[in-house]
Design a protein around this ligand. Structure first.
Ligand code: C2E
Ligand code: MG
Ligand code: MG
Ligand code: MG
Length: 281
């Protein structure tokens, strides 16, 4: 009933807010069918080993090809998927698709290239999430260390005790956990110490002006040192220039991800790049 009312009122009010609401409703409606209609794709973006410039892994990034709107970016539809609970089936699809791909690459000998999958806090808080992941690993026959889950810092801080427990259980499956968008939210170094995290991803906002801003430099340096002292490896997100790359290398960052090496690519192009690079590691 609420939806009908909203659509009706559109004829009487044309405020931006109503248009926004209508668009959101439209997206929500088509999102409901998107999984069954096979409208999602996964693009892959390489993570580059800063020392030898090989591909060490790739991040799976979802793309939605809407039948008449074209590509809708994840920043637009993921929040709606989270609000509506649709992130559960969508997230499961991403996880399954990525694990099947790991299996294929395992057979082709492209490994140890691993795949990281972004997971929403709504997903991991599902009581059966750990079992679901376990089931997919078993079903696809992948080596668990070739699967990495990326979870944002904010998601963890929202409910620290619970998420930490879940991350612990996930770690016990032998998969890798990374903390996404680090520095963008409320970074509490105290909390970080208590977390069972393997990889820390420094948010693009820190990388952006690393070559100019002394404060950012000092922060990134400290974060990398701290992460290493806790046995975490560090990935810098959104690296676009060689200048940034060089800076991060001097600071002993482990891996970089960004347009400098590659944009997220469709599967075929990603595989092409892996074959051309040959060596992985
Ligand atoms: P994220 O996980 O932090 O992913 C990095 C985003 O930065 C990606 O945007 C990527 O395309 C973009 N990026 C990478 N390198 C560069 C660069 O050098 N410059 C610039 N300007 N951008 C760069 P994308 O693919 O649009 O994804 C946005 C966000 O949507 C992701 O941020 C992630 O939070 C979310 N997301 C994507 N796929 C999924 C998914 O399957 N599940 C969930 N729950 N969230 C997803
Ligand atoms: Mg990510
Ligand atoms: Mg990120
Ligand atoms: Mg980010």
């Amino acid at each position: 009933a609420a939806k009908k009312q909203c659509k009706k009122s559109y004829h009487f009010y044309t405020s931006d807010m109503n248009i926004e609401m209508l668009e959101k409703l439209e997206i929500e409606n088509s999102l409901r069918h998107a999984v069954e209609r096979n409208e999602f794709l996964i693009y892959y973006q390489p993570k580059i080993n800063i020392n030898n410039e090989n591909i060490s892994g790739v991040e799976a990034l979802i793309r939605w090809k809407h039948p008449n709107k074209g590509f809708i970016p994840p920043n637009v539809f993921i929040p709606i998927a989270e609000e509506t609970g649709l992130i559960i089936p969508i997230g499961e699809w991403v996880l399954k698709t990525a694990c099947r791909q790991i299996r294929v690459w395992q057979e082709l000998g492209y490994t140890p290239v691993y795949i990281s999958v972004n997971v929403s806090v709504i997903q991991i808080k599902q009581p059966n999430f750990v079992d679901m992941v376990k089931g997919i690993i078993k079903e696809t026959g992948i080596k668990p260390y070739l699967l990495e889950l990326e979870i944002t810092e904010n998601a963890i801080m929202e409910d620290f005790e619970l998420t930490n427990k879940i991350l612990d259980d996930l770690r016990k499956l032998g998969i890798v956990i990374s903390l996404d968008d680090f520095g963008k939210g409320y970074s509490s170094l105290n909390y970080l110490k208590q977390l069972e995290i393997n990889v820390l991803k420094i948010d693009k906002s820190f990388v952006d002006d690393i070559t100019e801003n002394n404060t950012q430099q000092a922060i990134v340096k400290a974060v990398i040192e701290m992460a290493h002292s806790m046995d975490m490896s560090v990935v810098a997100e959104g690296v676009e220039t060689w200048e940034q790359f060089k800076y991060l290398k001097d600071l002993q960052c482990d891996k970089v991800q960004g347009y400098l090496f590659s944009r997220p690519l469709p599967l075929i192009e990603m595989e092409d790049m892996m074959r051309k690079k040959k060596k992985v590691g």
